[in-house]
Design a protein around this ligand. Structure first.
Ligand code: URA
Length: 490
């Protein structure tokens, strides 16, 4: 059987392989008669070079060669497997000889092999993008060199990524087989280099190691994943790899230490001085100031700060919630956490600007219980509501809203009195002694607690529709809140 040889140089070049494959197809040479020569390698079997044929269509221009195949070939050619070119030609031969859909057969042995090679190249490409570390060239400004040892012929494939990523600096990446250089304008490729051609270490290295050690979380250490993601062969390129053995060794002890350490309380912002019972005098700002040091009930102690009301001092509508949650306690703002976000969603859907409302709570400190590092919300007790009442009444007296919207039972009973029941009185208009109108609906946190998505959406609609009934959007947008509904109106 006559054998022919075909050279592909450079060995990873799709163009070079395409030209050779086209030549073989035009000459109708079956796969078994071809000896593929990568780069400058000589033919072991001493097969003569296949004669160059007269011009024919370019490979890929024939209707039978799918684009997918050329994309696959471009990737597979970067693999070091010496059989890759023969494999690709075999697939091409089959595609052009009656098996056009062979690539869509995932159980075909040739297809499986090609896919596996492509996958290995993609993985190597990913590793090179992740693990190349540039070091500054001593004595030169903004010039960097990296040494890397890829498994496959991927330098040409990855170089454009680095050109985009580090467009503003001059750099070179040296590998044993090939080097690439970026001068800020264009990429150029050259022969391979040696590890010692790249600087060993630069001043940034120590900085990088310090940073790495500080972000290393021993509690999340997973050595199996780590080795999978960062195989040992890449370690020598990585400054942080020198730290890994000791970080890994010490991880268990550090985790234990973290468990044993008592939970750290958030930085206290409540000044530690005891005030007499609230004077509840002066402006809203003065009231806020007084409340910031309130110690009328024990809730001040574990809390970060008093979360006072927020909003225009002449708002037409005051919204009263139960108490601050974890996020509110840390930020000092009412309705800043998940319940607040749900309220925001409803307001947005109703076209109501949150900034026009005065938002506050029946209780101004976060009542919670610590479980490890988590602070679990606890309902405020009536003594807490009672202790905070002067602040809430002080806010109502100063803002003088036309309408008070109570969210949840705690807020409603703080405003309307203990006889109020949400189940019975939700959605009814109430009048306070001073003539202020009030209305209560469910709390957004109750909506969030509904078990499944459908029930949550149902509860949300109820909440939003109640708000719509209270806060007619035309009236709201006209000023700081709606005008009063007619007495007796539901
Ligand atoms: N729940 C409330 O009742 N008030 C807030 O401020 C946050 C959550």
């Amino acid at each position: 059987m006559q054998r022919w040889s075909l050279r592909v140089d450079p060995a990873w070049s799709l163009q070079a392989w395409r030209d050779a494959a086209r030549q073989a197809l035009l000459a109708t040479v079956p796969p078994a008669q071809l000896d593929w020569l990568p780069g400058t390698e000589a033919s072991l079997l001493d097969a003569p070079a296949l004669p160059v044929p007269a011009d024919g269509p370019a490979l890929g221009a024939q209707p039978g060669v799918p684009r997918d195949f050329l994309e696959l070939a471009a990737t597979v050619l970067c693999h070091r497997d010496p059989q890759r070119m023969a494999l690709l030609y075999r697939l091409l031969w089959r595609i052009t000889h009656g098996e056009r859909a062979v690539l869509s057969n995932p159980t075909d042995a040739d297809v499986l092999r090609a896919m596996a090679l492509a996958q290995a190249v993609r993985r190597d490409t990913h590793k090179m993008k992740a693990f190349v570390r540039f070091r500054e060239v001593p004595g030169e400004q903004d010039a960097f060199i990296a040494w890397f040892e890829p498994e496959h012929h991927i330098v040409d494939r990855v170089a454009p990524f680095f050109a985009r990523r580090f467009a503003g600096m001059r750099w070179a990446i040296l590998t044993p087989g090939r080097s690439v250089h970026w001068d800020g304008q264009a990429l150029s490729f050259g022969p391979g280099g040696q590890r010692q051609d790249a600087p060993a270490e630069d001043a940034r290295e120590a900085l990088w190691q310090t940073y790495y050690a500080s972000i290393f979380n021993p509690a999340r250490l997973n050595t199996r994943m780590m080795q999978q993601e960062m195989p040992a062969r890449y370690w020598r390129h990585l400054p942080e790899a020198q730290l890994l053995p000791s970080l890994v060794r010490e991880a268990a002890g550090r985790v234990q230490e973290m468990h044993d350490r008592p939970a750290q309380a958030p930085a206290r912002r409540v000044p530690a001085r005891v005030l007499p019972a609230p004077a509840v005098e002066g402006s809203l700002a003065a009231l806020r100031e007084q409340a910031s040091t309130c110690q009328q009930c024990p809730l001040w102690q574990p809390a970060t700060q008093t979360v006072f009301g927020q909003g225009p001092a002449d708002a037409r509508v005051m919204v009263v919630g139960e108490q601050p949650g974890d996020v509110e306690d840390l930020s000092g703002r009412p309705f800043a956490g998940p319940a607040g976000q749900l309220l925001d969603r409803a307001l947005a859907e109703l076209g109501i600007d949150r900034a026009t409302l005065y938002l506050t709570n029946a209780v101004k400190h976060f009542h919670h219980e610590r479980r490890g590092k988590v602070r679990l919300h606890k309902r405020p007790e009536s003594r807490h509501v009672h202790a905070c009442r002067p602040w809430l009444m002080g806010e109502i007296a100063r803002v003088r809203p036309q309408l008070i919207v109570c969210l949840g039972a705690t807020a409603a009973s703080a405003v309307f009195g203990r006889g109020f029941t949400l189940a019975r009185d939700r959605g009814r208009w109430h009048t306070l002694d001073d003539g202020t109108r009030g209305y209560a609906t469910v709390h957004p946190a109750w909506v969030l607690r509904q078990g499944d998505e459908t029930r949550r959406e149902e509860a949300y609609r109820l909440f939003r529709d109640d708000l719509r009934q209270m806060l007619g959007r035309d009236e709201i947008s006209a000023g700081h809140g709606p005008s009063l509904p007619a007495p007796g109106q539901r």
